[in-house]
Write a protein that binds this ligand. Structure first.
Ligand SMILES: [Zn+2]
Length: 233
């Protein structure tokens, strides 16, 4: 039986790589200078390079279950996402950070259910999204959609607790972007802090959150910045 994965590896080297050989050579000689840290859910249907039209050298990429941001201030543990944030901001000096969740997210759905007993790391990891969950037992599609969006805003909040992120955002050197990708429409909904909601990319003014403010300061919003009841139209 042919090893399909091995064949794909060989095809990359013989077919795809030659087309970008000089670009990769340049990225080796000059080093990487990506402008964007992309923190996305691990979900296989979320394809950052396709969505953004980016190529080699353009995205510093972190994927994890749910696109969650661990707290900056933690006394123990190994946190790859936290390390990546620090590296991207302090070493690479990225200009934007995208937090990208998506529709039909298994991590968000898992907030409303049980995880296998052996999945102790997963159960703990999901704690990073629990504040976004709504008080319903059986979430329908609309509740799940809201929870996905609320979780993204929650992560942006937590991102601002990283001192190097806050400093760069406050000085105008870094922008934050909360994205919700609707798989079936092929459309990103961008969190607009001024409008206090997610806006389809087709109707958005820009790809970012706008001037950052603590979302809790706006009175018509709940703690996560996403209204509980209204639609995002
Ligand atoms: Zn997901």
């Amino acid at each position: 039986m042919p090893d399909e994965l091995l064949e794909r590896l060989r095809r990359f080297q013989t077919d795809a790589f030659p087309l970008q050989r000089s670009l990769f050579r340049h990225l080796v000689d000059e080093g990487q200078h990506p402008l964007t840290l992309f923190i996305g859910c691990s979900g296989s249907r979320l394809v950052p390079y396709l969505l953004t039209g980016a190529g080699p050298g353009e995205l510093f990429l972190v994927r994890n279950v749910g696109a969650f941001i661990p707290p900056y201030d933690q006394s123990q543990g190994f946190h790859g996402t936290a390390a990546a944030i620090e590296f991207a901001v302090l070493n690479l000096q990225v200009k934007r950070i995208i937090v990208c969740g998506h529709s039909h997210c298994g991590a968000i759905r898992a907030l409303y259910g049980e995880v296998p007993a052996a999945a102790q790391n997963l159960a703990r990891w999901l704690d990073l999204g629990r504040e976004a969950a709504l008080p319903v037992a059986e979430p329908g599609p609309e509740v799940l959609r809201r929870t996905e969006q609320r979780a993204i805003v929650l992560q942006l909040e937590r991102l601002m607790d990283y001192p190097m992120v806050r400093q760069q955002v406050d000085s105008g050197g870094l922008t934050l972007h909360g994205w919700h990708y609707v798989i079936e429409d092929g459309e990103i909904h961008v969190f607009d802090v001024n409008r206090g909601r997610f806006v389809p990319a087709a109707d958005a003014d820009n790809a970012g959150t706008g001037p950052y403010q603590r979302f809790t300061e706006a009175d018509d919003l709940d703690y996560s910045g996403v209204p509980l009841m209204s639609n995002d139209d």
